[in-house]
Design a protein around this ligand. Structure first.
Ligand code: HDE
Length: 701
């Protein structure tokens, strides 16, 4: 890498936002031609030859043909032609960052993983968040599961926990994954719709796969439209094994809990954010890390034994089921902090290769048929995507511990075994690495028996009980969002039988939900589907709700402040101080991006011009403007939408004395406890404290 950094722009030069002055000399064709100066390196070809002119190809005469011998031109175009690699078949759109995992509680009694031997152990981590269905260029706010893939570079090798922000999955057996994904992705004849499940193929498949019903409740909930990666949970989904030094195994489920609490947006906001800022989530992560506001999650584990597993009403090998935290508490054993953005998106985020089979001594798989299938898929897909078996030579994928093996050659081999020995056993003095029966990876010595058959176990047959448990554990607002999402999605389905077939599953979850969706679709209530196993009532779990687990803090959240010339400087300052004190962020929105002149004559720069900064981009809004300013805003459609949307999306709104006029102009005559007057600077602190509730849900419930 040091060699390469001589030739490439360094991380520092890439990240600087300052411009530099280059001496400009006229090129032969009269174009601007920049020459090296100061710290600017001299441009070279990829082979290192210095380049004299990067504007003009080599020609026979000023107006003559381009010459084949122009190696700089040919190399430049050739490389450009090869810039793309296949995008991930799922999870194509994603965003990654570096950080670390620190162990906060040693658990040697549970696992011999070296990482968990001592409190305070710290290993580097790379995390990539993603959506599933959309392509690389799709919008961040699509209704979808979010990938939450974590690579831990431990001293015993790389450990990948390739999870999601939803703790269950659609299907029980990996055999159905290609069908699920084909059904969710754009329909094959027409190539649309992009990044959404609101179409016939998806719901046709779902309606015929009742095992998906639990996951359907989650993806129709606000979990599928998170406010930011920073405010979502992560789950390993499958049941894994911990294995301790005595070879004793226990079951384990992995959880990531965001320090800033959970938060989602509403569907109407999601749709508008997709237009206003399709990069909303990646921009948020980048900005938070660059501001030193490092996102953090707790690593928690649910650990249990065979007796606990056997006593459950369902099978812990079934990935469509979870274990409620009330039944098996999450024990926090570490913290994950993301503190560094990537130097290069392609080299790191695009080329990172997560593999579920990357585990370390002390961790093991279970027989979950979905996990077993994934263990084949990830290695296979990386070979296709990254062009060969040497993807572990790419820095983001390479272990950071010493590694020695006899694998060699292949495309793009960066290193190989040195010396004569490239096989084992051998009798050479420098004979290379040897397996270590004591320290090497040991699988849990789990007894196996049974007939060789293609079969789904009986213990996987209950498809509705946990869907019901999830739905009934939500607040009324959240339940209403699930009903609205189902109605929205099924309204995009053209074939009525498919809509009806989906609705026929809902009475097993909740009769009122089924009724509400049927009514929303203008559909008579269809006969209920015949369940493989009759659902039962399970205890409710508050931990399954987002709103019951809100942060009660504005920390990490963003206030949109709409101002005009003449806005009260003292109010603006008080508000800005209150946001800062709460650990939040403030973005100024104004009629012009150049900003405004405040009442005391000082200049306040804006980050957004009003039509580029709609209120959907903010967690709460404030409008501070004098009477003339309000009059001006009232005549501007984006300003009226700013106010009307903030109100419709149940946001807290602070208004300086005449600013209520903008709400009136936007057709919002109602006022409630979520609309707060900002009469004096002293009111600012109280407003931001109130914003800790994130939304004034009473307005819409
Ligand atoms: Fe994946 N999945 N998956 N998946 N998955 C991929 O690997 C697959 C499943 C998940 O940021 C692919 O590198 C199969 C569950 C994440 O790079 C591929 C099955 C969960 C990511 C693949 C599943 C996930 C992937 C595509 C059913 C949550 C993105 C590109 C048996 C626990 C990782 C790639 C990143 C990516 C296969 C089901 C999470 C094709 C066969 C369940 C977060 O290998």
């Amino acid at each position: 890498m040091t060699d390469m950094s001589r030739h490439h722009a360094t991380a520092d030069t890439q990240k600087t936002d300052e411009t530099t002055e280059h001496p400009v000399t006229p090129g032969t064709g009269g174009e601007l031609h920049q020459t090296p100066s100061g710290d600017t390196p001299r441009m070279t070809t990829a082979q290192g030859a210095p380049v004299s002119d990067d504007q003009n190809s080599l020609k026979a005469g000023a107006r003559g043909p381009t010459l084949m011998e122009d190696f700089h031109f040919r190399e430049k175009i050739f490389h450009f032609d090869h810039e793309r690699i296949p995008e991930r078949v799922v999870h194509a759109r994603g965003y990654g960052a570096h950080g670390y995992l620190e162990v906060t509680e040693a658990i040697p009694e549970l696992t011999c993983a070296s990482l968990f031997r001592k409190k305070g152990n710290k290993v580097p981590a790379f995390v990539r968040f993603s959506t599933v269905a959309g392509n690389k260029g799709s919008a961040d706010l699509a209704r979808d599961v979010r990938g939450f893939a974590v690579k831990l570079y431990t001293e015993d090798g790389n450990w990948d926990i390739v999870g999601n922000n939803i703790p269950v999955f659609f299907i029980q057996d990996a055999m159905k994954f290609p069908d699920l994904i084909h059904a969710a992705k754009p329909e094959p004849d027409r190539g649309f719709p992009q990044a959404q499940t609101a179409h016939d193929n998806f719901w046709d498949f779902i309606s015929l796969m009742p095992e998906a019903m639990h996951m359907v409740m989650w993806i129709m909930s606000d979990r599928a439209i998170p406010r930011s990666f920073r405010f979502m949970e992560g789950f390993g989904v499958h049941t894994f094994r911990f294995v301790n030094a005595e070879g004793k195994g226990s079951f384990v489920k992995f959880h990531w809990k965001p320090k800033l609490g959970l938060q989602s947006v509403t569907w109407d906001e999601a749709m508008k954010i997709m237009g206003a800022d399709p990069d909303f989530h990646r921009r948020d992560l980048w900005a938070a890390i660059q501001a030193g506001d490092f996102p953090e999650w707790e690593l928690g584990v649910q650990v249990f034994d065979d007796a606990f597993a056997d006593a459950l009403e369902y099978d812990v090998l079934d990935a469509t089921k979870l274990i409620p935290e009330e039944q098996c508490p999450v024990r926090v054993i570490g913290r994950l902090v993301l503190d560094r953005v990537v130097d290069n998106f392609f080299a790191e985020t695009e080329q990172v290769a997560f593999c579920t089979q990357n585990i370390v001594p002390g961790v093991d798989f279970t027989n979950d048929p979905l996990l077993q299938g994934r263990n084949f898929s990830y290695l296979d897909t990386q070979t296709k995507r990254l062009g060969g078996p040497n993807f572990t030579h790419i820095p983001v994928n390479a272990p950071k511990c010493p590694f020695h093996h006899f694998q060699q050659d292949g495309h793009m081999a960066m290193h190989g075994p040195s010396g004569r020995a490239n096989y084992e056993p051998n009798s050479w003095a420098q004979g290379g690495p040897r397996a270590d029966p004591r320290q090497g990876f040991q699988s849990l010595a789990e007894p196996m028996e049974g007939e060789k058959r293609r079969i789904r176990p009986e213990t996987f047959a209950d498809h509705y009980s946990q869907a019901r448990q999830f739905y009934l554990s939500q607040t009324p607002v959240e339940q209403a969002h699930i009903a609205a999402a189902l109605t929205f999605e099924l309204s995009k389905v053209e074939v009525e039988e498919i809509r009806a077939r989906v609705v026929s599953h809902l009475p097993h979850i909740d009769k009122a939900l089924a009724q509400s969706v049927a009514e929303g679709l203008g559909l008579g209530m269809p006969e209920a589907a015949k369940p493989a196993k009759a659902p039962i009532d399970l205890p409710l779990s508050d931990k399954l709700s987002i709103l019951k687990n809100g942060p009660d803090s504005f920390g990490g959240r963003k206030l949109g402040l709409l101002v005009t010339d003449g806005a009260d400087a003292k109010l603006v300052k008080a508000l800005s101080d209150a946001v800062e004190a709460a650990g939040g962020m403030l973005e100024v929105v104004a009629p012009k991006v150049g900003g405004v002149t405040l009442s005391d004559g000082s200049a306040l720069p804006a980050q957004q011009k009003i039509d580029g900064g709609p209120s959907v981009l903010y967690d709460a809004v404030a409008i501070i403007a004098p009477a003339e300013g309000v009059e001006m805003l009232a005549a501007m459609h984006p300003a009226k939408m700013f106010a009307a949307d903030a109100f419709a999306h149940a946001k807290f709104i602070a208004l300086s004395e005449p600013a209520g006029g903008l709400l009136d102009a936007a057709g919002v005559s109602a006022r409630d406890d979520g609309v707060i007057s900002l009469d004096a600077p002293a009111d600012a602190k109280g407003f931001i404290k109130t914003c800790g509730a994130l939304r004034y849900w009473d307005r819409v419930s």
